[in-house]
Design a protein around this ligand. Sequence first.
Ligand code: PBG
Length: 323
Amino acid sequence: MSFPISRPRRLRKTHALREMVAETVLSVNDLMYPIFVVHGKGIKREISAMPDQYHWSIDMLDELISSIVDKDIKSIMIFGVPSIKDDVASENYDENGIVQQAIKKVKLLAPDLVVATDICLCGYTPHGHCGILDCNEYVDNDDTLVILQKTAVSHAIAGADIVAPSSMTDGMVLAMRQALDIAKFETVSIMSYSVKYASAFYGPFRDACNSSPKGDRKAYQMDYRNKKEAILEAMLDVEEGADFIMVKPALSYLDIINELSHKINLPIVAYHVSGEYSMIKIAAKNGLINEKDITLEVLTSMKRAGAKIILTYSALNVAQWLR
Ligand code: PBG
C-alpha cells in the first residue's frame, strides 16, 4: 500500500494545534445586539415568537444595558415600538418618540456603547409598509426619503452614533447623508441595510414590532433569486456615502456576503435575523440541537464568508460563551 503524501489531519491532532491554525475567530467586538423598546413603565416582557428576547420600557433599560456592558459588547441597534401609527410615521421623528427616549437613556447609562438605530416606517404606519403610500397603495420612494431624513436627524440630535435605514428606498443613504451633514452631524455614521431580501425569515420580528404589512414587501425588498442586483445595491450605497454595508438575512445569503466582501472596502454587516434565531432557539429548547455549538458554528460561518460585524439576538449568550 502507498502512504498519503499530505496528511491534513496532523494539524487537527490537538486542541492547541487547532487553535494555532484557526483561520476565523469570532470576537465579542464583532457583535451588535438588537433591542426592542416600548412605551410604558416597568415592562420587561418576553417576545413570544423570540424566546429570551424582551420588550423593554425605558425605565427598565438599566438592567439590560448593564448586562450588555458587563459582557463587553460594543454596540446595540435600537428598534422602537411606537404608541401611535399614522400615514406619515410621525413618531419616527418625534423628539419624544420611543427611540429618541431610548437613545438618551442609553447614552446616560453607557456613554461609550455605540448606539445604532433602525430607521424604517413599517412599525410606524397602520398599513405596515416601509414607506409613504401613494393613492395606488404603492410606496412613494421620494416622499419616503423626506421622512427618513427627518428621522435620521432626530435620532442624531438624541445622540445616536449610527443610523441604519432599512426601508430599501432608492437614494436613502444619500438623502440621509445630506440631511445629517446640513444639520452638522457629519460624524454620525450610516449603516445601510443595502441588501435586504424580501424574506420569510422576518416573521418573528414582525410579531415583535407588530409590523406585518398588508400584502408583501416585494415591490421594494429584493428578490432572493438575484445576486447581481445585490452588488448594484451595495455599490450604490458606497457611492452615496454609506459607512457600513449590511446583508440581511445572513445564513441563506453567505454567497452574497462573500462576494461583497471581495468587492467592497467597507465593513460588511451580517444580520442574523429573527427567523434564523428562533429556529435555533426552538429546536434547542426541544432538545434537537445544542444551542451553543450551533450558534457559534452559524456565526463563525458568517465571519468566514466575509462579514466583520454580526447583528444577532444571540449576542449576550455568545459574549458569555466566548469568555
Ligand atoms: C424594518 C426591519 C425589519 C427587520 C429589521 N428591520 C422587518 C422587515 O423588513 O419586515 C427584520 C429583522 C429580523 O427579522 O430580525 N424594515
